[in-house]
Design a protein around this ligand. Sequence first.
Ligand SMILES: Cc1ncc(COP(=O)(O)O)c(C=O)c1O
Length: 144
Amino acid sequence: MWGFPCAVERLAEIARRRGLKLLFDAAHAFGCSHGGRMIGNFGDAEVFSFHATKIVNTFEGGAVTTNNDALAAKIRLMKSFGFQGYDRVDCLGINGKMSEVCAAMGVTSLESMSSSWRQAGGTMPPTGRTAGPPRAPADRVRRP
Ligand SMILES: Cc1ncc(COP(=O)(O)O)c(C=O)c1O
């Protein structure tokens, strides 16, 4: 949940020992950090949600982050039907492109992220539910 990343190192260790890929569901974690590193930098990839219930929203949609250039290139292809050029399809894909109006909504919500945070008194998750005093160590939530 927002501000409360999971046991990142323990999962990374299991993945390393077993030779597994590690993907994190970071749906709620936009703007959060763990051990001084922003969420989005862990595992093989992380997936954020920009659904309307999240602190940054584009109505629907999200983002995949990875530090693996080859994987990033593949994901970019896949989000646009696998099209490499005008009439060349390299792989299976989906229509995962963001429309302009959704992107505009995202920019607007990014701009209001600080005020949303302040309105919430810094102690509430973005869902608006009261969370009480912050329980996370300071490095887990980075103020926008
Ligand atoms: C933990 C978690 N993962 C994934 C999702 C799905 O996100 P989306 O609605 O953008 O597909 C949600 C939605 O709230 C969620 O809470």
